[in-house]
Design a protein around this ligand. Sequence first.
Ligand code: SAM
Length: 227
Amino acid sequence: MSNSTIWNFWAKRYENLWVQKVSLAPTRAKVIEELREIITEKDKVYRILDIGCGTGQLILDIKRSFKEFDLEIHGIDFSEKMIESAKENLKASEVFSKENNKIKEICDDESLLNVMDTADLNKIHKKFHIITCTHSFPYYKNQRKVLMDMGSLLDENGTLIIANASENTAYDKVAMKLVKLTTGKATYPSIEKMNSMKPKELILKNIIKIKERFFMPSIILFRWKKV
Ligand SMILES: C[S@@+](CC[C@H](N)C(=O)[O-])C[C@H]1O[C@@H](n2cnc3c(N)ncnc32)[C@H](O)[C@@H]1O
């Protein structure tokens, strides 16, 4: 079974998983907090790319949190079913009401949500002010290359936010072994490993440990700026 088959299986069930409460939703909230320091200019169009966007929950949260700003948000994921759900969610959402036509564009223009493997990031010819990637990076085969490609896709002074489980302790390793039973092959890089893999032009602006419950493994959010 290929990795995208597993995620196709999870797509319809994804938003009801218990990890939404203890891991995925708290991560999205932290990403939004970080973005509050970055999305500040009303006369700018912010181009944002959410990599491994799943069912589009982060895209929706960003839209809801920054309604007064001009955002062009793209999402990619290699699971067709995830992208299908993301399109449905965005269309059904209140932020796409008639009163808010600008926001409606994201699903009218289907090209903003695409089925794509991160191995093909170098085929994207746009640059972005912000790239986000939550709970997806551990599933990428060549993580160092993906980080390089993410760096290349950023505008000068652009921001990259990556957040996911990270194996820093023996407890993390045991917990993530269990998670892998449901997701297939994954590598949850430690903080040290992430720092060693990231390209030089990315400078660390913030690092946060997200721990909602004592039993959760480390979830680490990195915020880098391209210089
Ligand atoms: C745990 S879900 C995270 C979804 C969403 N970002 C979130 O925070 O809820 C992992 C997502 O990464 C996607 N994914 C995994 N490997 C990928 C790859 N190589 N290229 C693109 N997407 C990938 C999966 O299809 C899945 O939607």
